[in-house]
Design a protein around this ligand. Structure first.
Ligand SMILES: [Zn+2]
Length: 83
């Protein structure tokens, strides 16, 4: 996707929690930087769609969590995304 304007990114915020957003160029998404929120907003034709209704919840990513790591779900998710 086309590079997003950095100045634009600086003023954008998650409409759900008002945290800053990071660009995921591979997925063409703007992802909320707040781990407890983590909503991913789609970018269409270089225009970020900052609507909670359009956002993808992080829980939609299917991650196998071993029972022993149930207390540590955040770290399990981070490792899965690194692969
Ligand atoms: Zn957020």
């Amino acid at each position: 996707m086309t590079q997003l304007n950095e100045a634009l990114l600086g003023i954008l915020a998650c409409p759900n929690c008002r945290s800053s957003l990071v660009v995921d160029y591979e997925a063409s998404e703007l992802v909320c930087a707040k781990p407890e929120c983590g909503l991913a907003y789609p970018v269409r034709d270089s225009i970020p769609i900052l609507l909670v209704d359009e956002a993808r919840a992080p829980g939609h990513r299917r991650v196998e969590v071993p029972e022993t790591a149930a207390d540590d779900v955040t770290h399990v998710v981070v490792r899965a995304e690194d692969e």
